[in-house]
Design a protein around this ligand. Structure first.
Ligand SMILES: [Zn+2]
Length: 676
């Protein structure tokens, strides 16, 4: 089998044309076996453990498995089908079992620890020290140093936690699916866009029901709240949305919230940490809950006055328009949209002709060329997984090979929604041979039609720059070890390269390079650019306070000893007090549907969104000061951030780039919250 399986043969680029779906499972199973025997060789070696024969060997083990699984999971996101999804279900438990076995391998940990314990006597490079620390922590943070019975306690907690998170998520999903708003009186649809009404009618028809049906899914809920004139119906929808997991029935999540918070605390205590947040933040740029707390509070102090002013303006506007006496949560999106239209009247259709996809791609390549000397040449010599995919050879100013770049722009069945960057292969150096990365971005941009090319909305333009910023992090990587290369950095640092590049979309000097009318070639009028900038700051104070409130709620559950907390709603109200703008809705609770932190991996991490904005604004300010195409600043960014990956602590890297720690002032200025 293996000789005929293209995935198990040696290949430079992913051999898409030869891969059949039935190759994946045997290839993954065999690659796991191969990786297992590599690990076993390291663990059972008779020689004295050294950095090379233990840490480095461990780092380079499972290479085949990495290549095969990255092809498989990338396709499962970008070009999937029922068969691939079924295989994903089958191989996922095998892969997590394999990873667990490594972490629980005592003989292996003994050797890793032996190297770690003599780290100060070893003559290691900075990158090697980071790698050693990372490998050691992968074991210690999972209890490898604990006595047997404590280890078992930890496994028990982990088991309970994963069951509780799963149940939390199932409840939220069931609550979302349970509710529908059926409208049979057409007057109640006042304000809704035609196409949106049609969709709601189709939903009703598919369920053999009369009229129009609206649900709590985002594509239905968000436009409804934005456009529906009927205030009572908005109230009904908003309360249903906010009461998920808070009905006191079998789908209620209050017990889950309390149990999860308490078990996470216990787990952290077992491992010697003060709280769950202390545990999480040990591997973050922010480092401690105290630092996150003061970060959030400093921003709140600056944003709150602006938010209160914006709130008063909105309330006044609602009063003028519809005689609303007290602005409630269900009024927010509706009147904000109306006010935004009044102030900016900025229509996507006006902007789109200036953003033909091909022009924007040229633009982002030109920006990368001016900043980092990169050249992109389309190639047909590399295999693709779909004819729509474009492939480029990326070289530097000396013509040296930098990366292979895949770009996949348009939606199709089999591609999940959204936009993302991924890799088929990381950059690394092994046996003194430099391996360059294979980087990919996948998007879902408006397709061309017979009469019109693909014209992007401004939001799509910034999305392309964002994902391309992640791609640069991958392409310009220059490290030795793959697990420290490119975007393999701490969670609250990974969005810096992507978000910083979005800033170029708002700059005249950059827009002039590519934002030209697709028919006339006329450059985008500057008043339109100014309007884009202004409207991007619309209600920035309120938005900021909202994001901060989520970050504070997250910390309120994870940076404390939650043993005595028994009332979820009361706890939450206390956490929301400093950020409160709207009257409380007693029927609603945020925590019982806060999937980011109770189901997904964002616990003690919600602050990262704002943290990344502070970083990108502060970094871009440096570019602005010296010129947005300053070679000096670009070199510093490349040499200290993009090429360095996770080889050093992000704060060290950042300070080397910027000459100082990041400050929130640049963000506050950009957002119009303080004077420029
Ligand atoms: Zn991103």
């Amino acid at each position: 089998m293996s000789t005929n399986n293209p995935l198990l043969q040696d290949f430079k680029f992913a051999p898409f044309s030869k891969i059949e779906t039935e190759h994946f499972k045997p290839a993954i199973t065999e690659a796991i076996q191969l990786a297992k025997s590599e690990i076993e060789n390291i663990a059972s070696a008779e020689t004295e453990p050294t950095f090379e024969n233990t840490i480095e060997e461990l780092e380079f083990s499972g290479e085949k498995l990495d290549r095969v699984t990255s092809i498989f999971f990338n396709l499962n996101s970008a070009e999937t089908n029922a068969e691939i999804q079924k295989i994903a279900q089958e191989v996922s438990p095998l892969l997590s079992e394999f990873r667990n076995d490594i972490i629980l391998n005592e003989a292996l940990f003994k050797r890793v620890k032996a190297v770690y314990d003599q780290k100060d006597q070893l003559d290691l490079t900075t990158e090697q020290k980071t790698l050693l620390d990372k490998k050691y922590k992968a074991f210690s943070r999972n209890g490898a140093n604990l006595p047997k019975e404590k280890q078992e306690e930890l496994r028990e907690i982990d088991k309970q936690l994963s069951a509780l998170s799963l149940n939390f998520g199932e409840n939220v999903l069931a609550e979302t699916n349970k509710f529908e708003l059926q409208i049979t009186n057409e007057e109640d649809l006042d304000g809704l866009p035609e196409s949106f009404k049609e969709e709601a009618k189709a939903v009703a028809e598919s369920k053999d029901k009369e009229g129009w049906i609206f649900t709590l899914d985002y594509p239905s809920y968000i436009p409804f709240m934005k456009y529906a004139k009927n205030r009572e119906l908005r109230k009904k929808m908003a309360i249903a949305f906010g009461a998920k997991g808070f009905h006191g029935d079998e789908l209620d999540n209050q017990e889950n919230v309390l149990k999860i918070a308490k078990l996470r605390y216990q787990r952290a205590q077992l491992l010697g940490f003060e709280t769950h947040a202390h545990f999480v933040l040990q591997e973050r740029m922010a480092e401690t809950p105290e630092k996150v707390d003061s970060f959030l509070n400093e921003l709140l102090e600056k944003a709150k006055p602006a938010a209160e002013k914006e709130f008063a303006t909105l309330e006044e506007f609602a009063k003028e328009l519809d005689n609303i006496d007290r602005l409630e949560k269900w009024d927010s999106a509706y009147y904000s949209e109306k006010l935004k239209q009044k102030l900016f009247n900025l229509d996507d259709e006006k902007l789109k002709p200036y953003f033909k996809l091909e022009n924007v791609i040229d633009g982002v390549f030109t920006v990368a060329g001016k900043l980092y000397g990169l050249q992109f040449n389309e190639t047909s010599e590399v295999e693709k997984y779909h004819p729509d995919v474009k492939t480029y050879n990326v070289t530097d100013e000396n013509g040296k090979d930098v990366a292979l770049f895949y770009a996949d722009f348009h939606p199709r069945p089999g591609k999940r929604g959204g936009a993302w960057m991924t890799e088929y292969k990381s950059q690394y150096v092994k046996n003194e041979k430099e391996e360059r990365p294979h980087v990919s971005i996948v998007c879902n941009f408006t397709k061309p039609t017979k009469s019109e090319p693909s014209l992007l909305t401004f939001n799509e333009v910034t999305t392309l720059f964002h994902e391309f910023g992640h791609a640069l992090h991958g392409m310009l990587a220059n490290t030795v070890y793959p697990s420290l290369s490119g975007p393999n950095v701490y969670w609250d640092f990974v969005e810096l390269p992507s978000q910083v590049l979005e800033n170029w979309c708002y700059e005249k000097e950059a827009l002039q390079l590519f934002a030209k009318h697709y028919k006339t070639g006329e450059a985008i009028p500057m008043e339109l650019v100014e309007k884009i900038k202004e409207s991007s700051n619309f209600q920035e104070g309120m938005q900021t306070v909202r994001q901060l409130s989520f970050g504070m709620l997250d910390l309120s559950w994870h940076a404390i000893d939650p043993t005595e907390v028994n009332d979820v709603k009361a706890h939450e109200n206390k956490a929301f007090e400093p950020t409160k703008l709207y009257p409380d809705v007693p029927e609603n609770c945020m925590s019982t549907a806060f999937s980011h932190i109770f189901q997904g991996g964002y616990s003690a991490g919600y602050y990262s969104y704002k943290w990344a904005e502070v970083l990108d604004a502060d970094a871009f300010e440096y570019f602005s000061e010296k010129g947005i195409f300053s070679k000096e600043v670009a070199d510093k960014f490349k040499n200290n951030i993009l090429s360095m990956g996770g080889t050093e602590h992000p704060m060290t890297l950042y300070k080397r780039f910027r000459g100082k720690e990041p400050q929130p002032e640049a963000l506050l200025k950009r957002a119009g919250l303080i004077e420029k």
